[in-house]
Structure formats: C-alpha cells, structure tokens
Design a protein around this ligand. Structure first.
Ligand code: HEM
Length: 510
C-alpha cells in the first residue's frame, strides 16, 4: 500500500514538472503578439501621426490601413485603438470589468481633486458609489422631469431673444445662443440659485480650462522624462484655474449650507419642496452614515465640475449639428417642422410629454449623434490586468481608445454611412442604450454616460422650439451644400465656424 502511494506521488510530481516545462517552452516559442502598428519614431513613438487633422479622422484612416485593432505608442504610453463595432463590444461589454479604469491624467488629478469625481476616478468603491448617487438621486426620471421648468425658462429665453431680431434680416449666431442656453440651464439645475459674480467667475475658469483639458500634456505622455515637465507642462496653468474654481465652488457650497440651516427656511426644506439642486442632493447624501465610502466636500466640488463640463458642450453641439444638418437637408427640415407644428398646434407652451410624441424628432437626433457624436473618441479606458483581444496580448495598463465616430460610420454596418438619413432609424430598434455597438454616442458598459436622459432632454426641447417658432435660411445667398461642416478639436466636438442663420417668425394660421 505504501509503495502504491509513493508511486502515485512520484507520478503526480512528474506530470506537474512535465506540464510546467511544456508551458514554459510554449511561451518561449510563441512570443506575445501585439496588434498591428504603423512605423514609429524613436522617443515620440506615433505621436507625429496625430498632427494635421482631427484625431478621430486620423485614427480611422490608420485603422482602414492596419485593421480595426491597432497598437500605437503615444510618447511612453502604450495605446490600442478600436474602430469596429465587434471590437468595441469586446472592450465595452465582454471585457468591461478588465477595461474599467480611465488611466490617470494630470487634469484629472488637479482639476478633479485627485480624481475624486466620476469621470476620471479609477473603477472601485468610491467611483461605484458616486455614480450610483448620481444616477439614482440626480438623473433619475423624476429629477430630469423636475428640471423641466428650468429648461423651459432657459429655452424660452433663447426664443425670445431671437424673436427680438426677427424681420431685420439679422444673422443669428445660433452657436452662441445654444452655449448660453446649456450653460445657464446646467448651472441652475446643478447649483441652484448662485450669485451673478460666482456664476461669471465659474464660467470664466471653465472657459480657460476647456482648451487645456483637450491639449496634449507632456507629463501624461512622457511621465518618466521629468526634466521636460517644468518647460512644457500645463501644470501651473491648471493649478491656477483649480485655485480660482475652488474658491468659487466653496462659496457656492457655503451658500447652500447657510440656506439649508434649520430655521433658515420659513416653511420647509428644499427637499420637501421637491426642488433640490445637485448640491443640495450631494450635501444631504454626504451626511448619510450608511455610505460605504465617505463623501467629502472635494467629492462634491469635483462632481460639480464633471456635471458642468460633461453636460453643457455635449448638448449644445448636438442641437447645433442637428440644425446644420437640417439646413443642408431641407426635405428633412420640412418633415420635422410639419410634425412639430401639427403636434403643438397654435402657440401652446411645449411640455416634456409633447416631445415624447415627436417620432421624427427622435430620428433626427439619433442620426445627428451618429454622424456627429460630441465625444468621438470615448474617454480612454485602461486595463487592470494583462489580457487578450483577437489573439493579441494587451499588457496591463494599456490605454484604450474606442473610436465611436468611426464605428458610427462603419460601412459594413451602415448603408450609405456618410449621408444624413434619419429614416434609417425607423423601426430599426437601434437606440442609445449602449447595446448596439455600431452606435455608441453615449458609450457603453460600466462607464457609460450617466447623464444621458438629462442631456437628451436638453437637446429635444430647444430643437423643438427653434423649429416650431421659426423658419430658417442661410445668410448671404449661401446654398445648403455650401455650409461648412468642419469639426473642431475640443472636449465636445463642435463646428469650427459658428452657425449663423436668418430666422423668420412662424405665425400659425388661425
Ligand atoms: C448629448 C449629451 C451627452 C453625450 C453625447 C455624452 C457622452 C458621453 C460619453 C461618450 C461618455 C463616455 C462613456 C464611456 O466611456 O463609455 C460620457 C461619460 C460621462 N458623462 Fe456624458 N454625455 C452627454 C451628457 C452628459 C450630461 C448632461 C452629464 C451630466 C450632467 C454627463 C456626465 C458624464 C459623466 C460624469 C461621465 C463619466 C462616467 C464615468 O466615467 O463613469 N454627460 N458621456
């Protein structure tokens, strides 16, 4: 019996040894395979390839040459770029848990209070909790509706300001009007009543911040070449903006704390009145002892910046692109105006429920977001462990860019992909849910946009009102096809040239 046991043990040891040797041999003979990659330069890697055009355009061109999965060396940062719906699904759904981090960047560390926000925070308990608070407390269906009255006031104020110019053949700068609308709308919904000085100071700093956030940052691209950082980094500029923003946000939060002190409200709290703003909600949640991770004042400030930056440019540029596409496609413009005017009848105030009935409006917005996703390259993801995609090895901490713009124009999924055809979405079942990987304007998976319903509501209403109250034409005898559709680089991709149009007042016949 004893000999039998010894034999079994020896046999198991032998098998284990043999299999270890076999695995080791296999690893030696098959070096890790990396995705295809263009020729690169020493030190800067592939950075030079991104010069001269918009990154999402350049990356699509590269993917047409090298394949839907390519490997690029951005300075010192290993990066893969994904440009097909199938591979987008692999990253955002199948391996969502592995690619759940964003990767640290300097702007996130400085402006986001050391990544205390949602957008830059590493995936983990803090991020999960803050995201849950935002989706369940801030952007749930009830709150999106209750922000409706603010949305109405701000959208109607744009309509009134346009009406003041009607008849004089004055060009309206719609780009400017829409920026004002979304920033006022988001400031009011998020911050409630703020002093004019605080609002102006906040908006000024955000304006300074936006170009820096989308610019190349030397310390992100070459983290180990530290001697270059003092000469080329935006760190000092970001720090200056951070200090000014911090003072304004402190002042706004303090005003909320004062207002919410017991006895400072005559009858009831804002929560009972059902008109809490984002800061009220976050301050209320902060005092909840059941939270897994403590919510700090810095978390609140970082989220305020996230909401403003994430929620303004994206909606404004969507309405702007929709108007530009409609001007270029008069038949679609006429069809949508007919739907809106038939549904809204005579000058009645538009309610959110009216918008639910406007089917063609939804198709136009879907098609606009397919051709002009405000975030054409999804914010980077990073893998927490080594993994494999399509047989290629992806080492840990590789940055991943998903080209949402390219997948929305992939000819193997979309018929006539470069044309504006809202009807393509009729009965198609493709929606914003992030389950159709050829259509991901709000991203997909665990890091999908949490502000989608709020953002869409901020698009539908002004677009409906602009098309209900006015007929639009191009100035200076420009033909629809002459309209310049060039895109600019930024956190949200907008038009290079502002959208200048001439309105005529629509008077419904009695
Ligand atoms: C038309 C409007 C909008 C568009 C097209 C849009 C698009 C996106 C996209 C593509 C992402 C990345 C998703 C991913 O990585 O898979 C994102 C993330 C995010 N968005 Fe939006 N967004 C919009 C409106 C808003 C609004 C109104 C808010 C807040 C009020 C907001 C807040 C955020 C935040 C906080 C994140 C980061 C989520 C995370 O990392 O967990 N967005 N958005």
């Amino acid at each position: 019996m004893e000999t039998f046991i010894i034999n079994i043990i020896c046999f198991s040891v032998l098998i284990t040894l043999l299999s270890t040797i076999l695995i080791w041999k296999k690893q030696q003979s098959a070096p890790e395979k990396r995705p295809p990659s263009p020729w690169k330069l020493p030190i800067i890697g592939h950075l030079h390839l991104l010069k001269g055009a918009l990154p999402h355009h350049i990356l699509r061109k590269l993917s047409q040459k090298y394949g839907a999965l390519i490997h690029l060396q951005m300075g010192e940062v290993p990066t893969i770029v994904v440009s097909s719906p199938r591979l987008a699904k692999e990253i955002l759904r199948t391996q969502d848990a592995i690619f759940g981090n964003r990767g640290e960047i300097l702007a996130g560390k400085i402006i986001g209070y050391n990544c205390a926000d949602i957008a830059c925070a590493p995936s983990g308990d803090h991020w999960r909790q803050m995201r849950k608070i935002c989706t369940s407390e801030l952007f749930n269906a009830k709150n999106v509706r209750s922000y409706g009255s603010i949305r109405h006031q701000e959208a109607y104020s744009v309509i009134r300001s346009i009406k003041d110019h009607v008849g004089s053949s004055t060009q309206i700068n719609l780009t400017e009007k829409l920026e004002q609308y979304t920033s006022s709308m988001v400031v009011r919904a998020a911050f409630g009543k703020v002093s004019r000085d605080d609002k102006t100071a906040f908006l000024e700093q955000i304006k300074e911040l936006l170009p820096l956030s989308s610019a190349f940052e030397i310390s992100d691209l070459f983290p180990s070449i530290k001697f270059l950082h003092p000469f080329f980094s935006n760190k000092n500029k970001l720090m200056a903006i951070h200090h000014k923003l911090d003072r304004v946000l402190d002042s706004i939060i303090d005003q909320h704390l004062e207002r919410n002190l017991p006895g400072s409200r005559p009858s009831s709290t804002s929560e009972q009145q059902g008109n809490e703003d984002l800061i009220d909600v976050l301050l209320r949640v902060k005092d909840n002892d059941d939270l897994q991770v403590q919510v700090t004042k810095n978390n609140i400030k970082a989220i305020m910046i996230d909401v403003f930056v994430g929620g303004t440019g994206t909606s404004a540029t969507t309405v702007e692109w929709a108007m530009a596409e409609l001007i270029r496609h008069p038949e679609a413009m006429a069809k949508l105006q007919k739907e809106i005017r038939a549904s809204l009848k005579k000058n009645k105030t538009v309610e959110e429920s009216d918008i639910q009935e406007l089917n063609y409006l939804k198709l136009v917005v879907k098609e606009t977001l397919r051709l002009h996703p405000p975030v054409p390259l999804l914010p980077p993801r990073e893998n927490t462990m080594q993994t494999e995609i399509d047989g290629y090895t992806i080492p840990v901490k590789t940055r991943v860019l998903v080209n949402a713009w390219a997948v929305g124009r992939d000819p193997s999924y979309w018929d006539d992909p470069e044309s504006f055809k809202p009807e393509r979405f009729e009965n198609s079942g493709t929606d914003f849910s992030g389950n159709h990987f050829a259509y991901i304007p709000f991203g997909s998976g665990k890091r999908m946009c949490p502000g989608m319903s709020f953002g869409l509501a901020n698009v539908y209403l002004p677009l409906t009102l602009l098309l209900y109250h006015f007929d639009w034409k191009l100035p200076n005898g420009l033909k629809p096809n002459d309209l310049d559709m060039a895109e600019s680089v930024g956190l949200a991709t907008s038009r290079v040239k502002p959208l200048l149009l001439i309105p005529t007042l629509y008077e419904p016949s009695l």
